[in-house]
Design a protein around this ligand. Sequence first.
Ligand code: NAD
Ligand code: MN
Length: 352
Amino acid sequence: MNKINLAVLPGDGIGKEVMPESLRVLDLLAEIHGGLKIERTIYPWNCDYYEEHGKMMPDNGYEQLRNHDAIFLGAMGDPSRVPDHIALWGTVINLRREFEQVINLRPVKSLKGVQSPLRSDKEFDFVVVRENSEGEYSQVGGLIHQEADEIAIQTNVFTRKGTERAINFAFELAKTRNKKLTSATKSNGLYHSMPFWNRVFEEEAKKYEDIQTELIHIDALSAFLVTKPQSFDVIVASNLFGDILTDLGAAIMGSIGIAPAANLNINGKYPSMFEPVHGSAPDIYGKNIANPVGQLWTGKLLLEHFGYQELGELLLSTIEELLVDGVKTPDLGGIYSTTKFTDALLERLAQK
Ligand code: NAD
Ligand code: MN
């Protein structure tokens, strides 16, 4: 019997709704497999915890999480109670850094049964490899207080190690797919960082002669995701560019509620963390209408990370069957609640 020992952080808002539903599905998948056991510990670290303890996680939080094989996270943040930078830096962002989850992998794919807001019905299927540890998301800089002359300085940090590692990961991924890699750049506007990014990209490209490459400025690339998403295979991007591209990617898929993501630790020292692209959606929390597909598809990435490709495929193809049959939550135009959608999925899986 193989075991996956999960740390589960449901987080805030709809994280608390979609996580329990996803765990029900993972349990059934493990049962279907027969030789897999998914063990888990639930950690209630979120904005409620903050209000009680003045911090998002206990001081030994990282040590507790370190002993798990992976972290399965819902979403953090409740801006009406805790400022977002405290909630997010106190959990998600620092977890990514502490556990050296240097790659954020975000598949963007048209799902059967889901209407894309794009007029073209051409299918698309690409993956964004987002650098996840540095770049534009840095705490370097500060405020220079001079009243009317106040200046906020935000420094971007691009190390050779971090840049090379993200780009190299993307080339290796392209090798296993359709052998095309697009690099998101902005070397016409960003004077130091992006010319450096391009140089590292071109150096790496020399090692992968069978991979077709292109460099596209982030503004044009954003437009191309709308006009011709079918032309992409793997896209590699810095932290901020990757973040923006993947919310856009979620939108062209039909709902931010379905998009998955994985934060990968690639040196094997620490657990990787699996979380959907969407946030805690306080506007719909408590109504049982959140789409659980983002969290579920994230569960597929988790299963695949541990080598259970077939289970992952079974999960996504069964979700697509339901969507084709009109079993959908309101964000996709349906009438199913979070719970009813999951019930239908469990029922369909049990028939397999
Ligand atoms: P959001 O993704 O929570 O919501 C954006 C919109 O999409 C909202 O209208 C919401 O109702 C809808 N939506 C999101 N997920 C959905 C789902 N599963 N089903 C149906 N509709 C869904 O983004 P936001 O409003 O910018 O942020 C809300 C909070 O979440 C903030 O505190 C933010 O910081 C946090 N956040 C956390 C993470 C994370 O933990 N990784 C990521 C993004 C945002
Ligand atoms: Mn985002």
